[in-house]
Design a protein around this ligand. Structure first.
Ligand SMILES: [Fe+2]
Length: 356
């Protein structure tokens, strides 16, 4: 990784790596994924076993991405699964992209605005949607709370790696879209929430969990209010892009065999696919090794796919020693995200010294 690339990762919060895979590796994974897709169905759901297939996991393991990440970050536990993300061609059903920071809850919510408490931004009949004990509610790849004390509502990791398997060089083909550069602002929101002594994540300062859209429909709110506003504000200065109606989002343009590395804190979203072909990406979520954590490498965590690695993948609480608080550790990392990137420290120090 050269200095310009490190600088770009620092400034933008993401970086595209060209040609991390051979055409034959791309083809082998596509064959597995396409073979598993249901025919003649509009919505595409890939069976779970595909996510652990050697040709699919191999997109990460057998590329040079692990080496690059070790360089940038340091050691991380082995990955055991991934997220296969396929958006069908001519899929405009997605409508407005749901820009978010990963690790939030996005389960079933009430359909009417008057069912949401305007002060707490929770359902008035919370038990119906959150369960009777919302600190232990699992499932849906999302948990309401990470910790029994309900201080942390957002799961986290260090880097999202997206491997591209379909042509995404022209905007409007279902690209991964990002709020470029806003990773640092998201970190500041987490810092403000920590300083408030309240919740970190949704239900904390600046981040109502459920909001009401302009058509009076409740939606799970994936972003702090200030970040959404800042995204739109900064988007006004972005040059318009043909076939890309979302000024605030930057499309991540890739060819098959390319990869994108994005910080956990970088707000992102899939986008509608106006093109004829399915958009196919495979995502890996990597968290830098925490040597004090006795569960690092346990299959129960499902490292690679989980966005909440302080709990078991299915939401189960794990036993931790008295002297290790996994949630406080995660809060500290959310509030200082570059502390998980050993190989970025020189670039970071250089930026700080030139900024003074
Ligand atoms: Fe996401």
């Amino acid at each position: 990784m050269n200095l310009a690339q490190r600088q770009q990762l620092l400034d933008d919060g993401y970086l595209v790596l060209k040609n991390v895979l051979s055409q034959s590796q791309v083809d082998a994974a596509k064959t597995v994924i396409e073979g598993a897709l249901p025919k003649n169905e509009r919505r595409i759901l890939v069976p779970a076993e595909v996510a652990t297939h050697e040709h699919v996991i191999g997109l990460f393991q057998n590329s040079n991405v692990p080496g690059i990440l070790s360089d940038l970050m340091g050691p991380f536990p082995p990955i055991v699964s991934c997220q296969v993300a396929v958006t069908p061609g001519r899929d405009e059903l997605g409508g407005i992209p749901g820009t978010h920071v990963d690790g939030g809850w996005s389960g079933a919510i009430p359909t009417r605005a008057d069912e949401i408490d305007p002060l707490t931004h929770r359902p008035k009949d919370a038990a119906r949607y959150y369960g009777r004990n919302d600190e232990v509610r699992g499932g849906n790849d999302g948990l309401l709370w990470m910790d029994p004390a309900r201080r942390l509502s957002n799961g986290s990791y260090s880097a999202l790696v997206g491997i591209c398997l379909s042509d995404q060089t022209q905007p409007g083909n279902g690209q991964f879209g990002v709020l470029k550069g806003l990773h640092e602002e998201v970190e500041k929101v987490f810092q403000r929430q920590r300083a408030s002594g309240g919740v970190i994540g949704a239900e904390g300062v600046d981040w109502p969990r459920i909001k009401i859209d302009e058509r009076e429909r409740p939606f799970c709110n994936g972003l702090p209010d200030s970040i959404r506003a800042l995204g739109f504000e900064r988007g006004k200065t972005n040059a318009p892009i043909a076939d890309w109606p979302w000024r605030e989002l930057t499309p991540v343009l890739m060819e098959p065999g390319d990869a994108v590395i994005a910080l956990h804190s970088l707000p992102h979203t899939p986008t509608p696919n106006f093109g004829p072909n399915p958009r196919m990406n495979v995502y890996f979520r990597i968290r830098r090794l925490r040597p004090e954590n006795p569960h690092e490498g346990s299959r129960r965590i499902a490292h690679g796919v989980s966005d909440h690695p302080d709990r078991g993948y299915f939401g189960q609480f794990l036993d931790y020693p008295e002297d290790y608080d996994p949630w406080q550790t995660s809060i500290d990392k959310l509030c200082d995200h570059w502390s998980e990137w050993d190989g970025m420290q020189d670039t970071l120090a250089n930026r700080q010294s030139t900024a003074v």
